[in-house]
Design a protein around this ligand. Structure first.
Ligand code: G3P
Length: 478
């Protein structure tokens, strides 16, 4: 009998009663690599019941003990970095070294969250009434942060481990229970990660991991009455979830079309290095990837040449060999990217390299002289294809950036710090990086998108706060 990875519920590994499984296709070989359980709605109900029950006890567990358990899980996670990274290589074609980095970064994130949680949750507020007009000093208000209840975490395929723990750790330190629905590509890596939490000894039912088809359990999970908060990272599905979800806090990080604005006085070698790293690392499959380069015309030729030289040096091939460019996650994703490339070709973009594709592997491609009538000027390829738009003024660059329906991050390259700050203020994005490519990390920095890029703010501190509510007790003096 073929192995089907079990799902995690009530502190144990279980087979689904559906008797069905979901296949995970290896993006490199395009053959089935692993199988996971196709859980049923009934199994979701059971997980929710268990989570609710476990959360009550967990909320009463001393904060320092909750932190201690998270530190333990972090250490176990780091010890198991090799097998988890191997799953990332096979399931999402993440280059081998980056796969290890993801797991280590995740361990660090869990530890940092435990420390931060102890500090910010260990503090409350004390108010007196006579500061507000008409009041005597007759009321004392004590307020502190309490958990929300059960958090549903839905991470995306590009960081199945890191973007799972960035939701799990804040949820747990704050005294919540956590239900994880991993992405199908990356589910096995996520199950291994959950096993590390299992080994750390968290109470039964507090954490669970449900696998299965979105069509079967997706809406059922996100609309479940047992859920008190949803933390989602991914694409358009997030918009659909936000419309269907109940009256609960939502934390969402959706797509981005991060612009890189390059001024005449920029250090062009620094810019080229950041465009290549920002645009092509993990083959462009990051919501914070540089997704459109806006260059002042006078420096465009020189910069495009520098980028071309660096792109020529990128290695292309299997993730096992730690190539820079690896196959994109699925055939449909590769087809979508190709559609954007064909559209740009038909509308007259300049191809700086030849367009080449084998299966899901797409060679890195820089498209120059892209114009706003091309789809790639606005849409997210989530692949190794980067458009360059030549601009006549900074205003034109800011205008293009703000005309996007996305507003995640952006970056500006200039030596003039005053100009950089003025441009940053004008850009309608959650974060602007000055003289570096966009990035979420370090993981304690606030991370948020405007417009269709998301709801709320992430980063360790913000996530802990978001997964809590304020509770006040008012003492009324006689
Ligand atoms: O695509 C997910 C987003 O969170 C990116 O993270 O670390 O690649 O900037 P990072």
């Amino acid at each position: 009998e073929e192995e089907v990875y079990k799902y995690y519920a009530d502190g144990e590994w279980r087979k689904s009663s559906s008797g069905k499984s979901v296949s995970i296709i290896n993006p490199t070989t395009r053959k089935p690599q692993y199988k996971v359980q196709a859980c049923t709605q009934q199994e979701v109900n059971e997980v929710m019941e268990a989570a609710k029950a476990a959360q009550k006890g967990w909320a009463k567990t001393p904060l320092w003990k909750r932190a201690e358990m998270l530190h333990k899980a972090a250490a176990i996670l780091k010890e198991h970095k090799a097998p988890i990274a191997e799953c990332l290589v096979k399931e999402i074609a993440k280059p081998a070294k980056d796969a290890v980095t993801e797991v280590v970064r995740s361990g660090d994130l869990v530890s940092y969250t435990a420390e931060e949680g102890v500090r910010i949750l260990g503090e409350g507020k004390f108010l007196v009434s006579d500061s507000f007009p008409g009041n005597e000093r007759s009321k004392y208000c004590l307020s502190s942060k309490i958990p929300l209840g059960v958090i549903l975490a839905i991470p995306p395929f590009n960081y199945p481990v890191n973007l799972a723990v960035s939701k799990i750790a804040p949820a747990l330190i704050a005294g919540n229970a956590l239900v994880l629905k991993p992405p199908t590509q990356g589910a096995v890596a996520a199950l291994h990660m959950v096993h590390c939490f299992h080994l750390a000894g968290f109470p039964k039912g507090l954490i669970s991991c449900i696998t299965g088809k979105g069509s079967e359990i997706g809406d059922f999970l996100t609309m479940h009455p047992g859920i008190d908060c949803i933390s989602f990272t991914g694409g358009d599905t997030g918009i659909a979830i936000s419309k269907k979800a109940g009256m609960i806090p939502l934390q969402m990080e959706l797509g981005g079309k991060d612009a890189c604005i390059v001024l005449e006085d920029a250090d062009l070698d620094l810019v080229a290095a950041n465009i290549v790293k920002g645009g092509f690392s993990y083959s462009g499959q990051r919501c914070t990837a540089v997704k459109v380069v806006l260059i002042i015309e006078s420096v465009a030729d020189v910069l495009v040449d520098k980028v071309k030289t660096k792109v020529a040096k990128l290695t292309v091939g299997p993730p096992e060999e730690d190539c820079d460019i690896t196959p994109v996650v699925s055939e449909s994703s590769a087809n979508f990217i190709e559609g954007l490339v064909i559209d740009a070709k038909q509308k007259g973009a300049t191809f700086c390299q030849e367009y080449k594709r084998e299966g899901n592997l797409i060679w890195p491609l820089l498209l120059d002289h892209v114009s706003p009538d091309m789809r790639i000027a606005w849409e997210e390829p989530f692949g190794p294809v980067l458009p360059v738009i030549r601009i006549k003024s900074v205003e034109e660059g800011i205008h293009h950036c703000n005309a996007s329906n996305f507003g995640l991050q952006g970056c500006i390259f200039t030596r003039d710090i005053n100009k950089a700050i003025m441009i940053s203020d004008a850009m309608e994005t959650g974060t602007v990086q000055i003289n570096s490519a966009p990035a979420r990390g370090p993981d304690h920095f606030p991370f948020q998108g405007l417009k269709d890029s998301g709801i709320g703010s992430q980063g360790i501190t913000n996530s802990i706060n978001m997964m809590t509510k304020i509770k006040s007790t008012v003492i009324n003096l006689p």
